[in-house]
Design a protein around this ligand. Structure first.
Ligand SMILES: Nc1ncnc2c1ncn2[C@@H]1O[C@H](COP(=O)(O)OP(=O)(O)OP(=O)(O)O)[C@@H](O)[C@H]1O
Ligand SMILES: [Mg+2]
Length: 222
């Protein structure tokens, strides 16, 4: 079962993100992660669904929501926006979401507070908590067919771009998408980095516009 996001990801992923697993979108600042989350919530709203949106960086922009959805007031009523400000609050929020009556769960970003929390002494317990959060989200998707979309920051290691919490964040999601800035100020590419039934490296290029994301060009293999 696929969940349509109303973004160029739908074409990239042959219809949308999987409803029974976690999808992880990672990329640098400004690459379009939050845009994709908000547009997926918009698509869900347009199909009559409700979204739980856990925002860990106060990234959700009402201004942007107004730009992408003319029925702004109703759109906002379809979203349970939960702002969390500490790693502990995030952990509690994810642990208590099992019974929520929603058709899409978004965590933007899953690792921003993790990154601030973790240090040389607590890394084992903090990593364990991140794994617990992923396992709760994966179970929610698998058992109740609620698609889960999470975002992930990146860091640079020896010239290579890596996801924060690389091992854990590669293990749990069944789909991983990398976003990259390409030529032009507003152009981005979304590239499949992990998928159960589609080739890694398949990509789509799109532009961030005032009303959403617009696909440009055709997809080919990198
Ligand atoms: N109305 C608009 N028209 C064109 N581009 C826009 C518009 N609104 C936002 N953008 C662009 O979207 C980008 C921000 O995208 P987004 O917030 O989705 O990034 P992100 O990957 O979530 O970044 P971060 O890691 O900082 O959270 C910026 O480059 C911004 O210029
Ligand atoms: Mg963001």
């Amino acid at each position: 079962m696929k969940f349509k996001t109303g973004t160029p990801l739908d074409k990239l992923l042959d219809g949308g993100i999987d409803s029974d697993s976690v999808t992880n979108i990672y990329g640098p600042a400004g690459s379009g992660k939050t845009n994709i989350c908000m547009l997926a919530a918009r698509e869900n709203f347009r199909n009559g669904g409700k979204t739980l949106y856990i925002d860990t960086e106060t990234n959700f922009s009402f201004e942007r929501a107004r730009q992408i959805e003319p029925r702004f007031e109703d759109f906002m009523k379809s979203i349970f926006l939960k702002n969390v400000y500490t790693w502990k609050e995030q952990h509690e929020a994810i642990k208590s979401l099992a019974d929520m009556n929603v058709s899409l769960v978004i965590v933007d970003s899953l690792v921003a507070l993790y990154r601030m929390e973790i240090d040389d002494e607590n890394y084992q317990s903090v990593n364990k908590q991140l794994s617990t959060q992923y396992s709760i989200l994966a179970k929610l998707a698998r058992n109740r067919k609620i698609p889960v979309l999470v975002t992930n920051q990146v860091y640079s290691s020896e010239g290579k771009i890596e996801m924060t919490s690389r091992l854990i964040s590669r293990y749990w999601p069944k789909t991983i998408i990398e976003l990259k800035k390409t030529r032009g100020d507003n152009n981005r590419a979304a590239i499949i980095r992990k998928h159960r039934s589609l080739p890694e490296g398949r990509f789509v290029e799109f532009e961030i516009t005032s009303s959403g994301l617009k696909e440009i060009g055709k997809f080919k293999l990198f």
